[in-house]
Write a protein that binds this ligand. Structure first.
Ligand SMILES: Cc1ncc(COP(=O)(O)O)c(C=O)c1O
Length: 395
């Protein structure tokens, strides 16, 4: 673990990092604690940097095939780390996860038909559904005893609607941090099969889980569950390489796979980026110990947040099972969503993702990214504590 320095503060403004950019922070927010965009402030695994550096030094970047080592590195990762044996023939490459979601919508639902989502959930789901002329069918998660659950009765009802053709599952769930259990996933898979609703499972956050929780790939549940699924995978989040990787989709059903492949060809989204290929192969083949250390460090940051929030009245942690994104409940501060954003920016110096971005159920909540050096997080929590004290003083 001593090999990796997660405490190191690196100035990300030396590159056009989105997290620090005015298009995210606003012109007036350039000095805020940037904890919205979902990537890490940690330098990546040395194996990744070495692989990219070696590839860059070669000096030739013409057309390339998929390197021989990439698919075995991915399938080995899925088998050893997650107990999921995937036939390499079932895996297709795609530019990114959002692209897979949009393609799945267009290929396997009809215009105007419904796609089920379970808000509060990753905001791009709603955008993709709307931008592709489909209808969102909401099956909100239920918050019970500070823990989010799926509402299976309501899901059965939503899935039985004649318009419902697909569900976007977020497994693990951004932003509430639930790592869905095998039992929960099996119930969902059964309901969806019963009503012929295709499960598109976005598993981009699957690698980051805390002790006591483990990620279950939906398609690993059973043959039947796999056949009625399309899974989105990417090393973007786990290995902090969102700007230099592509994504993978696992399509076990042969007919759907053929349709997907034909669309890849039709849109000619089947070229390979040399740097993405070597970065991904290095991540999956040699990045495991870095990832273990990163999860451990993020867990330490979570402990810090939990301890500090115990002293901050009116701000509660929704305990996550995994991911580096945590869901904070600010409702007891009694501020309307716009006032909460203004308060956090102006009084605490925080830029986080507004809860309502994830659906109206997120009003009064916010999503904080804790994959940053601990000292920065501690300083941000100090500022929050002072700001909240000031707010209580003025009530
Ligand atoms: C659940 C989820 N899916 C997809 C993405 C984006 O994936 P990509 O960059 O591969 O399109 C994110 C990024 O925050 C995410 O949280």
């Amino acid at each position: 673990m001593a090999d990796f320095d997660f405490d190191m503060v690196i100035d990300r403004r030396e590159v056009p990092a989105l997290k620090h950019h005015r298009i995210v922070l606003g012109q007036d927010g350039m000095d805020l604690f940037p904890a919205g965009v979902a990537d890490m402030d940690f330098r990546v695994a040395p194996s990744i940097t070495e692989a990219i550096t070696r590839r860059a030094a070669h000096g030739l970047y013409g057309y390339e095939a998929v390197p021989d080592g990439l698919m075995p590195a991915l399938t080995n990762w899925l088998r050893v780390r997650h107990g999921w044996t995937v036939d390499p023939a079932h895996i297709l490459r795609a530019p990114n996860v959002l692209n897979i979601l949009a393609m799945a919508v267009n290929l396997f639902t009809a215009p105007g038909k419904g796609i089920i989502v379970q808000p509060p959930v990753f905001f791009d789901f709603a955008d993709i559904i709307a931008e592709n002329g489909r209808r969102m069918i909401e099956n909100p998660l239920v918050l019970k005893d500070s823990r989010y659950q799926m509402d299976f009765d309501a899901l059965e009802h939503a899935a039985s609607h004649p318009d419902a053709q697909m569900i976007f599952l977020c497994n693990p769930h951004n932003p509430v941090g639930r790592v869905w259990t095998r039992e929960e996933l099996a119930r969902l898979a059964t309901i969806c099969r019963r009503h012929d609703v295709l499960v598109v499972s976005d598993e981009i956050h699957g690698d980051i889980t805390f002790p006591g929780h483990s990620y279950t790939p939906l398609a690993s549940l059973s043959e039947e569950a796999a056949r009625n699924s399309i899974t989105c995978l990417s090393p973007a989040k786990s290995f902090n390489i969102a700007a230099c990787c592509s994504a993978f989709t696992v399509v076990p059903d042969e007919n759907r796979r053929r349709v997907f492949q034909a669309e890849n060809s039709r849109l000619t989204v089947n070229k390979n980026n040399a740097f993405a290929s070597v970065a991904m192969a290095a991540a999956y083949a040699r990045g495991g110990s870095w990832l273990n250390a990163a999860i451990n460090y993020i867990g330490g940051n979570l402990d810090l947040v939990r301890d500090r929030l115990a002293e901050i009245e009116g701000v509660d942690l929704i305990e996550p099972d995994g991911t580096f994104l945590i869901w904070l409940d600010f409702r007891d501060l009694g501020l309307a969503p716009d006032d909460l954003t203004t308060f956090l920016r102006q009084r605490a110096g925080w830029s986080i993702t507004r809860g309502i971005a994830f659906g109206p159920q997120g009003a009064g909540f916010g999503r904080l990214n804790i994959a940053c050096p601990r000292a920065r997080l501690a300083a941000a929590l100090d500022r929050l504590q002072i700001a909240v004290k000031g707010l209580h003083g003025t009530h």
